[in-house]
Write a protein that binds this ligand. Structure first.
Ligand SMILES: CC(=O)SCCNC(=O)CCNC(=O)[C@H](O)C(C)(C)COP(=O)(O)OP(=O)(O)OC[C@H]1O[C@@H](n2cnc3c(N)ncnc32)[C@H](O)[C@@H]1OP(=O)(O)O
Ligand SMILES: O=C([O-])CC(=O)C(=O)O
Length: 378
């Protein structure tokens, strides 16, 4: 048993968590017992962050000061805005820029010198990271277009304020609601790779900023959060080709392509988040009088189910949702990060509360008993 190899740690239990539960056969996701459908429909991102960090949904008296304390932390030091602008000027990849910013935020965090396991200090650090990363992301995205940063506003929700900072325009309610829902849907998901990465880092008693920086790097890959931007690039490729979606996907699979937005390590059926986002993507298309992206996505979904037995994951329908909101494709994954940071923080808090160094091992398959040859004789 001890020598059984579990490549990719599939199915391996490594921790106990009260944060989220996934039933991969039933297509069910809950945060602290609440179904994702109820939370997506009813709760704001701020309520969900409170739920993840404090264990219960807030009362109105608890939510108001919590949301206000997050809003107050939206402002970033000038040096962070300058860093975002510098990275934009250097044509840095958006997720690489986010990783650098996440790390650099510790230089301006008043709790940076606290003991890494200090619970209250970690809640404050988590709140600052969650509040400030969107500000830096918006400044970065705007700087690439030569636009000045937009100061955050405290009178807007977390979701509405991000869209306001991105576009220098207050979003319509439907856009703010859609974005809020997307943030809720992406907030946590068990021990996904980026969360696990944050936990591994925290398990060495490294600090919150180190854990979140590790997580941002891990989320960036195309097998994880990076897939959402690739989905939209694929849909644009289909749209720009002379083939319809059916022909296109047939050829792509014949060529052995891995189709972004499909398959999942835990779900064997459609990801419940994809169901919710698919509906929203369709509604946005209908409202704009253009069902093209939704219809293309549905055709690909049907083909993948029939031919490969694979269902869409969260990244598949977030792509066309964000596209129809006018969001630049290459910040889809950073947007995932500005939501998931809340889950990373929650898991890091859990990790510190019951810490043990995470250190698996590899089966050694290298050479043995090799005679050492001095350098000059090799
Ligand atoms: C938020 C998230 O992170 S959700 C996931 C986002 N990632 C993506 O959408 C990228 C595309 N999907 C994938 O690459 C995979 O499904 C993963 C990485 C998500 C899951 O990977 P794993 O659990 O390790 O499954 P694995 O990669 O072993 O795939 C199993 C089989 O399904 C096939 N498969 C899995 N996903 C896909 C896909 N998207 N397109 C084509 N074939 C696929 C594999 O080729 C493999 O087939 P084989 O056994 O004949 O070789
Ligand atoms: O759980 C996973 O492996 C990937 C995922 O869907 C997420 O992180 O939201």
């Amino acid at each position: 048993m001890a020598d059984e190899l579990k490549k990719g740690l599939e199915g391996v239990l490594v921790a106990e968590s009260e944060l989220s539960f996934i039933d991969g056969d039933a297509g069910k996701l809950v945060y602290r017992g609440y179904s994702i459908e109820d939370l997506a429909r009813e709760a704001s991102f701020e309520e969900v962050v409170y739920l993840l960090w404090h264990g219960e949904l807030p009362t109105r008296d608890e939510l108001e000061p919590f949301a206000q304390s997050m809003a107050e932390e939206r402002v970033v030091d000038d040096a962070i805005v300058e860093l975002a602008q510098e990275l934009a000027e250097a044509d840095e990849e958006p997720m690489a820029a986010m990783r650098t910013v996440a790390s650099h935020l510790s230089a301006y965090d008043p709790d940076a010198d606290a003991d890494p396991t200090d619970y209250e200090a970690n809640l404050r650090k988590g709140r600052r990271l969650t509040a400030k990363l969107p500000t830096a992301l918006a400044a970065f995205a705007r700087a690439r277009d030569g636009d000045d940063p937009v100061e955050p506003r405290q009178d807007l929700s977390h979701a509405a304020n991000f869209l306001y900072m991105l576009n220098d325009e207050e979003p319509e309610d439907v856009m703010a609601d859609t974005f809020d829902m997307a943030l809720v849907l992406h907030a946590d998901h068990g021990l996904n790779a980026s969360t696990f990465s944050a936990m591994v880092t925290a398990s060495t008693l490294a600090d919150m900023h180190s854990a979140v920086t590790s997580a941002v790097g891990t989320l960036s890959g195309s097998l994880h959060g990076g897939a959402n931007a690739n989905v939209m690039r694929m849909l644009k490729e289909v749209d720009g080709s002379d083939r319809d979606a059916f022909d296109w996907i047939e050829t792509a699979l014949d060529e052995g392509r891995r189709v972004a937005g499909f398959g999942h390590r835990v779900y064997n059926v459609k990801d419940p988040r994809a169901k919710i986002l698919g509906e929203r993507s369709e509604e946005l298309g209908e409202a704009a009088g253009d069902r093209k992206w939704f219809e293309m996505s549905s055709t690909i979904e049907e083909y993948m189910a029939e031919e490969k037995g694979l269902a869409p994951n969260v990244d598949f329908y977030s792509a066309s949702t964000y596209y129809q909101m006018g969001i630049p494709i290459d910040i889809y994954t950073p947007i995932f990060a500005i939501s998931r940071v809340s889950g990373w923080v929650a898991h890091v808090l859990e990790q510190y509360e019951d810490n043990r160094l995470i250190r698996p091992r590899a089966r050694y398959v290298g050479d043995e008993d090799v005679d050492y040859t001095p350098l000059d004789e090799r």
